[in-house]
Design a protein around this ligand. Sequence first.
Ligand code: NAP
Length: 483
Amino acid sequence: MQSTAVGGWREGKLYIGGIWREAEAGAVAPVTDPGSGETIGRMAAAAATDAAAAVAAAAAAFPGWAATPAPERAAALRRVARLLAERREEIAAVMTAEQGKPLAEARGEVEMTAEYFLWNAEEARRIYGDTIPASSAGKRLLALRQPVGVTAAITPWNFPASMLGRKLAPALAAGCTAVCKPAAATPLTACAVFACIHDAGLPPGVANLVAGPAGPIGDVFLTDPRVRKISFTGSTAVGKMLMRRAADGMKRVSLELGGHAPFLIFADADLDAAVRGVVASRFRNAGQTCISANRLYVEAQVAEALQERLVAAVRALRVGRGDAPGVDVGPLIDASAVDGAEAQVADAVARGGRVLCGGHRMAGPGSFFEPTVIAGTPTDALVARQETFGPVIPLWTFGDEAEAVRRANDTAYGLAAYVYTRDLARAIRVTEALEYGIVGVNDPVPTVVQAPFGGVKESGMGREGGYEGVRGFLETKFVSIGI
Ligand code: NAP
């Protein structure tokens, strides 16, 4: 770990204009290990003045970075990718310490973060414009692609490294400069990623980090006219607020918001693969994943067999601290997340639902909840409508394909959906009918750096990843030349 850069991984600092520093007012916030509930570090807590300083640094760095030849920007991003890969173990350990996820998952996330930098380094060299046929012999028409300018990136705690990578890497590839605000729960992982950016030698001010109270920092992003784009991943409620307020400055927004993924299992599916898929989708990151299966629908004739195998698989999951060997499910992010899971289960049971396994908070220390499967819940229960950010899955049966699709689409969310079937025609029909931005067909983990990621309806707008990721940070300028 770059302890010299960040003062030891337990003592996070802001990174503004290429310099690690404390908040101007000296404020700090504690960082907690959700596996023990204990304070394990602290992070400098920026106020509005610090956020404004970061925006000023990004604005000052913008002309130079935008004018830097694409191969040079690409080389810088490749250096960041290499450092992330080299420091995988150290960064994963920080992530597990403050976020709780099992070390194997944390390692995978660091690898994916490195891949975001690598993919976008490659894309930096492929930002093409257009030449357009003119209407007269005396004109030549061009469309240029140019960086939008200073970008603000606001990220959640559930994927504290890869969400940064998914925003920062395409922004920098496009020639934008950036100010990032990580979630309060996971600032130290962000510092570890920024240590790679610093050590990769990016010019001062190109990428800046300000952690601290979200309201004042968000206000700076929303009101400073130099910030031209806000890229946000988080809850639908905060996303809507940002979009409303960004309208005043006509800032671009891209919003990756909450989800309520349906997981459809048809009778012709490979049931063992489907069970593995549900477990991977629902219980990875203790269920704290925006594309995680939230509602399981099983075709009636295989429901009993599926339920039996699923309950056995969920009972076999090992719950514990993320740094303990062999753990499948770590702690939830904090005590209120445990309260949320408990409230959803209590509501389901009060409405006639049956807990098939789990269902309880676990004795402390730390914020643990038992992996839980519930059947027989009415469709107006909380767990059926409200995003579940914990290891709880309700299941229902369906009669035919039309019913499965109708129930899958019966939500305001539209991020990810899953279909398990061995019938190709059905897979295509159902995929086309699902109102979701991402569909996993016999695939519970559809996120890859080279593919577009994002939702429809109240799950957001814009796409990250793939070539569309970089496009989100580009403006088109039309040039008409008289000759
Ligand atoms: P959240 O409360 O919306 O927080 C997300 C980020 O927004 C955090 O950095 C938070 O800062 C910040 N924030 C909160 N209030 C703000 C304000 N007034 N102005 C500016 N920033 C503000 O969401 P969360 O509970 O951390 O994350 C879980 C949510 O993210 C879930 O709904 C999940 O589905 C969604 N998510 C979506 C995707 C996707 O790609 N679609 C991926 C991952 C997660 P503080 O931490 O300081 O409050």
